[in-house]
Design a protein around this ligand. Structure first.
Ligand code: DC
Length: 221
């Protein structure tokens, strides 16, 4: 069986880490849908698109191509590898309002469905189990405490050489949590049939094993 596996949760909870590891173990394709919203955001920033101007937003989406490099899974915007750039604070601080625009979601979601329709996919995001693939074979909802999330995001940014402070990271996470879960279109929420994994106290191998255990249950069913 080639399953569709949906992984949702707040920012910096470890969704992508889990999705990537599970996809590797299963030989599936991994799609980081947040990267798609980040690519759109980078394109809007580069072209100084006014988010309030519906015509400008529609025009900027026309002909835009967001994809991933086969193998490395790097973000590919109109053929340009923008993996590093979309993780920079300029994009991170601007992406939630962009992802809240319905015209943007209407443009991104069908592409996500096309990528995953045939199965053999692990897709992570905010609305994968609720909107993109409401009939996914397995839905995981990943959580972690705010302290743990802040520490992880700080370490991630330090590793990339991005200068920031703990307070700034915590404020950005809190703000994105609020925008992501209170927006009108496809707000972040836990699907009724999702399995919750809180990884605050789990090691990375334990976290991955918890996700894989759910796949084993599916296979045994
Ligand atoms: O997972 P991330 O931090 O890269 O996501 C970036 C932003 O994109 C996040 O603020 C919420 C939004 N997003 C979304 O609205 N829907 C998704 N499926 C994935 C991300």
């Amino acid at each position: 069986m080639s399953y569709i596996i949906a992984i949702d949760g707040y920012s910096a909870c470890g969704k992508s880490t889990l999705a990537r590891a599970m996809a590797r173990q299963l030989g599936y394709r991994f799609i980081d849908t947040g990267a798609m919203y980040r690519m759109v955001t980078l394109h809007f920033l580069r072209n100084a698109i006014d988010l309030e101007d519906a015509g400008a937003v529609a025009g900027a989406l026309e002909g835009l191509k967001v994809d991933f490099v086969p193998g490395s899974n790097h973000a590919l915007l109109n053929g340009e590898d923008v993996e590093a750039e979309i993780r920079q604070p300029a994009v991170t601080n601007y992406v939630s309002p962009v992802a809240a625009i319905s015209a943007v979601r209407r443009w991104v979601v069908p592409q996500q469905r096309e990528m995953g329709d045939a199965g053999g996919i692990v897709m992570d995001g905010r609305d994968i189990g609720t909107v993109v693939f409401p009939d996914a074979d397995l839905k995981l909802f990943v959580t972690a405490s705010m302290d743990v999330r802040t520490d992880r995001r700080l370490a991630e940014m330090a590793a990339k050489g991005i200068a920031t402070t703990r307070a700034a990271v915590a404020a950005n996470l809190a703000e994105r949590d609020h925008i992501d879960s209170s927006r009108a279109d496809s707000p972040l929420r836990q699907a009724a049939d999702a399995v919750v994994i809180d990884n605050s106290k789990l090691t990375l191998p334990e976290f991955i094993a918890a996700g894989m255990a759910e796949v084993d249950k599916l296979r045994a069913a």
